[in-house]
Design a protein around this ligand. Structure first.
Ligand code: SF4
Length: 476
């Protein structure tokens, strides 16, 4: 989705008018929340685990440049070819050049949010390469020509009936069925042949271990293993924040990731790729490439406060617990990363003028940061992005700082400051407001949208200061 074509208010209105979205998300997210709660039943243990996760990712961030250099050196020693991409365009070109060098006209893909961030499928199709999504959720939305609506469950917006209709319409010789096992079997039948014949496979990376030069992939369907081991070439894509220091740091991070995402103690598959097939090995890729993407992350890293968002392990728990995301679904955000974490990182990646509005898609209730396994202060970050949107233009680190600055609002805040510095004036204005409020709700001009969902409260006749002056303070 092109950044400049995104109309957030229109997307919001569309999502709110669709009862199916609310219904599908309500039941799916309720299930995910329940499983997480059941797994982390002991609050004290969860608190310790989250503190460990925060400390491990924080330690990694404090040494990020050095660890990335170490990762590159150890991957190279293992035979993994490392490529650096500053932008998504650069990353797309690197992937295409590897595919072309191997004459690959089809690539089987395990789940990769970075590839979504790059718009890789669209780019490859434009250049004559067919990407085949092999994660079931990604397979479904590729058939439906839709973007993902959730970080870990891309087809969460669709129910079983919708998937059944899609399969019978888009996959040749497929009878209509709503049976989940049969639907899985249909997808497996289509994909097995692709795994068998594709020359190249692609995957994301959940953790990249600097100490050993290993790429770790967490998944439940086995498609990640097939994508990375069946074809001759494996291309792994990662954002530069995915590096971790040591192998021994993985157990707590994996426990937090799978527990927060799906309520699992451990995912069904954990793949550790530490290089291409050895001379005496019978399977595995003959070439492994690692593409490390920046796309604005270095900029985030330089900001002492917002760099905390680089701790994210993409578990999706903040989405599952966000009342705004639950009601809107993922597509309304117009972003690869929806929900609270998306509203923090997307404006930083794509700029405030294009995506700054996303930071307002939150009630700031704090439910997201209460469940975040690495304790990212999401509500604080959202407030910071909001203030960046309307800050005085200058040399701020967030691209597009001040892009949403509005003369009327600025004047409003100045007037408020003027009044607050003059108690006598504030008293008189409050007395006037007390007489007016409760009689009518402003529904014109900029207040019209505000009053659509709110009722103006009636102010007390006398302010607290006035009552204290007249009645004194009663003790006891
Ligand atoms: S911000 Fe926290 S809860 Fe949200 S996806 Fe990232 S790690 Fe998970």
């Amino acid at each position: 989705m092109a950044a400049d074509s995104f109309d957030f208010p229109a997307a919001l209105a569309k999502a709110l008018a669709d009862p199916q979205i609310a219904g599908n998300f309500k039941s799916a997210l309720g299930g995910l929340r329940g499983k997480r709660l059941a797994l982390f039943a002991d609050p004290a243990e969860l608190a310790r685990l989250r503190a460990t996760g925060k400390a491990l990712k924080g330690r990694t961030l404090s040494r990020l440049p050095e660890l990335l250099v170490q990762l590159e050196a150890n991957c190279t020693r293992n035979g993994i070819r490392v490529h650096w991409a500053e932008t998504t365009e650069e990353a797309n070109r690197i992937v295409l050049s590897i595919l072309r060098a191997h004459g690959a006209d089809t690539v089987v893909k395990g789940k990769s949010m970075v590839s979504e961030e790059m718009g890789l499928n669209h780019f490859l199709e434009e250049h004559g390469v067919t990407p085949v999504e092999t994660d079931l959720g990604e397979f479904i939305i590729q058939l439906a020509h839709q973007p993902p609506s959730h970080i870990t469950a891309p087809a969460l917006h669709m129910n079983r009936k919708q998937v059944a209709e899609l399969f019978s319409k888009c996959i040749p010789d497929t009878p209509y069925t709503e049976d989940v096992l049969e639907l899985n079997a249909i997808a497996r039948r289509v994909l097995r042949e692709k795994f068998r014949t594709a020359k190249a496979g692609l995957s994301g990376v959940n953790f990249a271990v600097a100490e050993t030069g290993s790429l770790v992939l967490v998944e439940n369907e086995g498609n990640g293993r097939m994508s990375t081991h069946c074809p001759d070439v494996h291309i792994a894509l990662m954002g530069l924040e995915k590096v971790v220091e040591k192998l021994e740091h993985l157990p707590p991070l994996m426990r937090l990731l799978t527990g927060s995402a799906t309520g699992q103690l451990l995912s069904t598959y954990v793949n550790v790729v530490s290089g291409p097939r050895g001379p005496h090995e019978l399977d595995g890729p003959r070439e492994v490439h690692l593409v490390i993407l920046d796309n604005g992350r270095s900029n985030m890293f330089q900001d002492a406060e917002l760099s905390g968002s680089l701790r994210c392990i993409r578990c999706g728990a903040c989405l599952n617990n966000c009342p705004v995301y639950s009601r809107l679904g993922g597509h309304a955000y117009g972003s690869v990363y929806p929900g609270p974490i998306g509203s923090v990182i997307t404006p930083q990646m794509e700029g405030l003028d294009a995506k700054g509005d996303l930071s307002f898609a939150s009630s700031l209730c704090g439910a997201c940061e209460e469940v975040c396994p690495v304790m990212i202060p999401l509500a604080r970050h959202l407030r910071r992005i909001r203030s960046e949107c309307e800050a005085a233009p200058g040399q701020g680190l967030v691209r597009g700082r001040g892009a949403k600055r509005c003369a009327v609002k600025t004047l409003g805040w100045r007037l408020w400051a003027f009044v607050e510095r003059r108690p006598w004036l504030r008293e008189r204005l409050l007395a006037l407001a007390a007489r007016l409020t409760g009689r009518w709700t402003p529904a014109v001009g900029p207040l019209a949208a505000w009053s659509q969902a709110r009722t103006l409260p009636k102010l007390a006749r006398k302010s607290l200061r006035q009552r204290v002056r007249e009645e004194g303070v009663r003790h006891g």
